[in-house]
Ligand binder design. Structure first.
Ligand code: CA
Ligand code: CA
Ligand code: CA
Ligand code: CA
Length: 311
């Protein structure tokens, strides 16, 4: 019996060394209207880019399985029209330039910003993860880019993709065209798979900053993956479960330790539509329209977000 126990432990130990996906996104399953994005804010001032009704999705919350992302705009030193003139940015399924996405049928497009577009992915916690690595696929539309990207001005195109260390404030570049004309780097017209070793970090963030100024100038992103070896999962609290999901009228939050939690429900445009409290109670959401929602579960200042579908 003693021997058998030892043997089981050994098997478990072996399995725990398997390289696994920690968190990822491929921009799939996100609403994708065939429309341009119009920024209603003043293009002369830096600001977050909010999702707009019936327009492409620019921001998306993190859920347990997937990375989220948030978009920001900042002007040139001498501000231009930015995204106020209607641009192809955000989640897209348009394949005219890329042919196919590197995974699935959707990706993220950044085109004709007339300023600086920054896409910040949600922070990645690497505690308890060994040998972590990050990967992102990028496709640069082939056309005539201008300048070397050093000046913060029109005709000075650039693309910079990097991982920021949120504890020490260092960073690792995955791609940085600054100092070069993009046309001279032989990186256009095909999917590039960019990777970096992030094993020495505890908490990082993937950031994409882009500057371009015509509709033909477009950068596409797809398949963001963080992989590593889980060294210790024992301290991680199990995630609460929404039941039933999808639901027609109501749901319950089921979990081992989620008493005294606050809950907030958001629609896909980030509008707060409902607030609730505690687990084990049946919550009526029949007054809400059918669709995809995000339930933020808040406990001890930790926020976890899960998808909830109301039918
Ligand atoms: Ca995809
Ligand atoms: Ca524009
Ligand atoms: Ca050029
Ligand atoms: Ca340009």
């Amino acid at each position: 019996m003693k021997y058998l126990f030892f043997y089981s432990f050994f098997i478990f130990g072996t399995f725990s060394q398997v390289r696994a996906q920690i968190i990822s996104t491929s921009f799939e399953g996100i609403p994708c209207p065939n429309a341009l994005y119009f920024d209603p804010m003043d293009p002369a001032t830096p600001h977050p880019l909010d999702n707009q009704n019936e327009q492409p999705i620019l921001n998306w919350p993190e859920t347990n399985q997937e990375l989220g992302f948030n978009a920001y705009y900042s002007p040139y030193d001498q501000a231009s029209v930015g995204l106020s003139d209607g641009d192809s940015v955000g989640i897209t399924d348009r394949t005219t330039i890329v042919g196919d996405f590197s995974e699935g049928t959707q990706g993220y497009e950044i085109s004709d910003c007339d300023g600086n577009y920054t896409l910040e992915f949600t922070p990645i916690d690497l505690q308890g993860v060994d040998q972590a690595s990050i990967a992102i696929d990028v496709f640069i539309a082939p056309t005539g880019y201008e300048g070397d990207g050093v000046a913060n001005s029109a005709q000075s195109d650039r693309l910079h993709i990097y991982v920021k260390d949120l504890e020490q404030q260092g960073q690792i570049d995955l791609l940085n065209t600054t100092g070069n004309d993009i046309n001279d780097l032989n990186i256009e017209g095909r999917w590039l798979n960019l990777t970096a070793d992030i094993s020495r970090f505890n908490r990082v963030q993937l950031i994409v900053t882009a500057r371009n100024n015509t509709a033909a100038e477009a950068f596409y992103l797809d398949r963001v993956e963080v992989q590593g070896i889980l060294s210790d999962t024992s301290t991680k609290q199990p995630d609460p479960v929404i039941f039933p999901n999808p639901t027609r009228q109501s749901f319950t939050l089921v979990g081992s330790d989620h008493i005294d939690t606050e809950m907030a429900l958001y629609d896909i445009f980030g509008h707060h539509v409902w607030t609730g409290h505690s687990q084990g109670v049946i919550h009526d959401v029949s007054m809400l329209q059918s669709g995809l929602y995000f339930l933020s579960i808040i406990k001890d200042k930790n926020i976890r977000t899960q998808k909830l579908i109301i039918e």
